[in-house]
Each structure stands twice: as structure tokens, then as C-alpha cells.
Design a protein around this ligand. Structure first.
Ligand code: GFB
Length: 326
């Protein structure tokens, strides 16, 4: 028997305004889910333990997707380490423990590829978790995400819950944060190249050395994978994640250098000038490529190429340029 979450069952998506959460809401709606529960921050502050417990008790969702998080690029992680660790720990504890107290049996937690050691063997397998030191620029965020995995794992072990964790590689797509300093590399460069192309600038500054390798996943692919994983029969999920593993990598299995990425973003935005590398900015981890063989064995693989995804994201950026620039 399938133990997919039924389409008429209430599913709470925490973080539905963010890029990841909004993509998951779109995916659930496209699959015919009729009772997608969302709560704007003005009604439910996920950092407020009592409010989260009360909400989950009242709503009694059949499943919870925890896509809410304080996120940002390499510089935001470096500048606001206290916010990144404290807010993420608070949200995770409130939602995961709150779900358990409300009797929610199924939960999907979204983590990040930065949980793995900075120098983990590439591509990174799920069992590389906690085998070495983390990348210093995002250690506080990574520690919070590791705590989320361990919360899920511990509620499963002690209380028989079915709380699953997916670790998406670097995400991008519609709804991303295009802040000039705090964003991730794709939205950061897209905005900078776009504005430079409009002004006719001869050069654009790109951070670091250009040599780090990254894997990029379009958020719609991430959402499709997440709902696929949420709906796997419990036996199938456990057969691929046990013993002592409760998380699964989600990525494309393909990476590129930041230089290649910058050239691709320049093409998409029509910028024809020079790239100038700012070595005063950090490179971060030298490489972060996911081993996605477990996910493939569970029947899912990415379908949106980086070129397609960049074009789609740029179309979204142009359509929302006025509100992005505030
Ligand atoms: O996207 P990004 O901030 O993520 O940076 P990380 C990736 C690479 O792009 C780094 C370079 O080597 C940056 O130096 N880069 C070049 C730029 N130009 C830019 C730019 O204009 N903006 C940005 N942001 N980068 C984050 C973590 O690290 O990845 C988070 O800090 C999270 O915790 C996220 O895990 C997925 O992969 O380096």
C-alpha cells in the first residue's frame, strides 16, 4: 500500500513566502493538493514556540514541510552568524518538536549541502556527515541544519515518527533574493550584470577567484524532488536511508566553476564587458558536488539544465525588477 500523503489531506508548508517554500506550494497545487496550509509571519511567528505549538495543535496537518529558514549567500553568512544559527535553531525546534506534540506523523525538513565537511570527498555522499571540519564562512548555519537533521532522526528513533530530511544543493530560481550583498551568487551576479548591461559598463566585479566549484539546482526541480521524497512509502524510504541516516541529497550531480557560471550569467543577461575578480572576497568551500545516487535509486532525477534555469530566472527577475529594487 502506498503511504503517500493524500491529496485531500492538510499539508502545512512553513516558509511559503520564501523561494523554496513557494516552489513547494506550487508543486503541491499542481499535483492537486487541495488543503495546503500556509501562515504569513503576521499571523504565525515561527520563532514563537507557543504560537507554533498552538497553530499545529489547531490545524492538525497530515504532514509538515519545513522550508522556513534564515538563508543567504557567503557574505551574509559571514556577517550575521548569530542570526543564522539562532533563528534557524529556533524555527527547527519549534516546528519539529511542535509537529511531534501535535501528533503529526510525517514531516519533511529542508537542509543544505553545507552540512558536509569543507573537504569531504567529492561527490559528497550522505555518510560524509560529521566526518570533518565545516567550511568556516557558514559553520553556524551548517550547525543549525545538522541539528535539524538530528532532531528529525531523534524523534524517529524515540517516538517512531517519520520525519525525513532532504539536503538540496545550492538553489536558485524565481523568488530568489536579489540583494546586492546578501544574496547567493546567481541572483547577485544576475542583478549586477543586468544593471551593468543597461548602463553599458565595460566591466563587472565578481567575488573571489572564480575557481570554486558549485552545483546549482533550479528550485522547481528541488520542489518536485521534495514532494517525491515526502510521498515515498516508509519502507522504501527507510531501506535507502537506514541505518543511522535520515537525510538524502538532492541535486543534479553536475557542477561548474564560478567562472563558468559568471560567463553563463553574462550571456543570459546580455552583458558583453569584462569580468574583474575581487580576491578580497572569500571563495568559501573549494567544491560542493552532491552524490545523488541514492535519490536516483529512489526514482528521481533533475530535469532543468543550468542554461534553461538561468533564462527562466532572468525572465522572472525582469518581470519583478521594479519591486526587487524597492
Ligand atoms: O552563492 P554563494 O554565496 O554560496 O557563493 P556558497 C558561491 C561562490 O560564488 C563563492 C562566489 O565562491 C563566492 O565567492 N561569488 C562570486 C559570489 N560573486 C559573487 C556574488 O556576487 N555574490 C555571492 N554570494 N557569491 C553559501 C552558504 O555558500 O551557500 C550558505 O554560505 C548556503 O550557508 C548556500 O549553504 C547554499 O556555496 O559559497
Amino acid at each position: 500500500m502506498s503511504d503517500a500523503v493524500y491529496r485531500d489531506a492538510p499539508v502545512f508548508v512553513a516558509g511559503h513566502r520564501g523561494m523554496a517554500g513557494s516552489a513547494i506550494v506550487r508543486r503541491l497545487a499542481a499535483l492537486g493538493y487541495r488543503r495546503i496550509l500556509t501562515a504569513p509571519r503576521s499571523e504565525l511567528d515561527l520563532a514563537d514556540q507557543a504560537a507554533v505549538r498552538g497553530y499545529l495543535q489547531r490545524q492538525q496537518p497530515a504532514a509538515v514541510v519545513l522550508a522556513a529558514a534564515r538563508v543567504g549567500g557567503i557574505q551574509a553568512n559571514n556577517n550575521y552568524p548569530a542570526d543564522f544559527i539562532a533563528e534557524n535553531l529556533q524555527i527547527e525546534l519549534n516546528v519539529i518538536d511542535g509537529a511531534h506534540r501535535a501528533g503529526v506523523q510525517r514531516l519533511l525538513f529542508l537542509g543544505s549541502s553545507c552540512i558536509y565537511p569543507r573537504l569531504a570527498p567529492q561527490p559528497m555522499r550522505e555518510d560524509a556527515l560529521l566526518t570533518g571540519l565545516l567550511e568556516p564562512t557558514n559553520e553556524p548555519y551548517a550547525v543549525a541544519k545538522i541539528a535539524g537533521i538530528k532532531l528529525c532522526e531523534s524523534f524517529n528513533r524515540q517516538h517512531g515518527r517519520d520525519y525525513r530530511s532532504v539536503m538540496p544543493t545550492n538553489l536558485y530560481g524565481p523568488g530568489d533574493n536579489f540583494h546586492p550583498e546578501d544574496s547567493h551568487v546567481i541572483p547577485g551576479l544576475m542583478r549586477r550584470f543586468h544593471e551593468a548591461a543597461q548602463r553599458g559598463d565595460a566591466e563587472v566585479v565578481v567575488w573571489g577567484s572564480g575557481t570554486p566549484m558549485r552545483e546549482f539546482l533550479h528550485v522547481d526541480d528541488m520542489a518536485a524532488a521534495s514532494v517525491h521524497v515526502m510521498n515515498l512509502p516508509r519502507d522504501t524510504w527507510q531501506a535507502h536511508t537506514q541505518p543511522m541516516l535520515s537525510h538524502l541529497n538532492v541535486g543534479t550531480g553536475v557542477d561548474c566553476s564560478i567562472r563558468e557560471l559568471a560567463e553563463a550569467v553574462a550571456r543570459v543577461t546580455g552583458f558583453r564587458g569584462r569580468l574583474v575578480w575581487d580576491a578580497s572576497k572569500p571563495d568559501g568551500a573549494p567544491r560542493k558536488l552532491m552524490d545523488v545516487s541514492r535519490l536516483a535509486a529512489l526514482g528521481w532525477k533533475a530535469s532543468i539544465t543550468l542554461e534553461e534555469g538561468l533564462r527562466d530566472t532572468y525572465a522572472w527577475f525582469r518581470a519583478h525588477a521594479a519591486e526587487i529594487r524597492g
